[in-house]
Design a binder for this molecule. Sequence first.
Ligand code: 2U9
Length: 344
Amino acid sequence: MQERLMTLQGEAVEKIEKAASLKELQDIRVEYLGKKGPITEVLKGMGKLPAEERPKMGQLANEVRDAITQKVETKQEKLEREALDAKLSSETIDVTLPGRPVRKGNAHPLTAVIEEIEDLFIGMGFSVAEGPEVETDYYNFEALNLPKNHPARDMQDSFFITEDILLRTQTSPVQARTMEKHEGRGPVKIISPGKVYRRDTDDATHSHQFMQIEGLYVDKDVRMSDLKGTLTLFAQKLFGAEREIRLRPSFFPFTEPSVEVDVSCFKCNGKGCSICKRTGWIEILGAGMVHPNVLEMAGFDSKEYTGFAFGMGPERIAMLKYGIDDIRHFYANDVRFLEQFKRA
Ligand code: 2U9
C-alpha cells in the first residue's frame, strides 16, 4: 500500500508539472484527490489492514494528499500569473494613437459676460460677494432706505413668501449685509452678482427672474469722480477703448445723488444709429453716492465715510454686446442659441 501511495504521488506530481492550463490542472486535482480518486480509495481500504499498521498508513495517505494539494496550488498560482502576464503584454496601449474627439461645451453667454465683468472689477481691487436669494424685508428694502409704505417700493413688484420674507428684488441686500459685517470700518469694495426676482410679465425685454451685478465702494474720501473713473474704465474694457460715459441725474432711494449712466454707442461711435435710437448714447447702468441713511443703518459714520454704488443687468449688457434681441433666449436652453457663444 505504501508503494502504491508513493507511485501515485510520483505520477500526480509529474502530471501537475506538465499541466499547461488551469483546466488541465483542475482535471488532475479531481483525478487524484476527488471522491472517486485513488487516494480516497486507499483511505477506504484501510479497514482491511492490521490494526497496528493503520495509523502509519493513514498518516502516509494524508501526507501524500497534502503534498499533491500543495503542488496543485503552487502550480495554479504559477499558471494564473502567467495568464495575467500574457494578458498585460498583449493589451499594451499605444499612446501615440490619435484620441477620440470629445465634444467641447461652452459657458452660457450670461455666465461668460458675468465672469468678464467680475474679472474686470477684481482687477480694480473689488471682491466678489454673495448672499441669499430669499431675503428679509429689512435687508431687501428697509436697510436700503425704503421703509414700509415708501412709494418707491412700487417700482419693484415683489414675490413675498410671508409678510416679512421675499425673493430678493435686487442684490443690494448683499452689500447691506457685507457693510454690517465690517462694523463701521472701511474700506468695503465689493461687487455682488446674482439672481433677482420681480413680479413682471415676461416679454422680449422683461423677465420675472434675471441677473444683476451691483458694486459698492465705501471708504474715507470716496467721491463722485471715483465713480466716474471706475465706470469709464468698465465701459472701455467692455465696449472698446474709445468709449465715453455720460451721467444723467436720476433717483434711487439708496443713493444721493443718483445717476443713469450712458455709454457712447459702440456701433456708430456716437453719430446716431438704430442701436442707440439716433441719440449716440446707450444706457447701461444706474449709480450714485451711497445715501447717508444707508451708511448709518449699516453701522458707518456718514460724516467720516462716503461711498459710491452702481447696478447693472448683465442680460442687457450681453444683449447689447452680442446683438441678442430677446431676453428669453437666455433661459430657453436651446443649444442652437448657446453654441454661438464659444470662446476662442
Ligand atoms: C447699497 C447701497 C447702494 C446699488 C445701485 C442702481 C443704482 C441701479 C439697476 C440697474 C438695472 C438695477 O439691474 S437693474 O434693474 N440698479 O440703477 N443700483 S445704485 O446701490 C446700492 C446698493 C447697495 C448698500
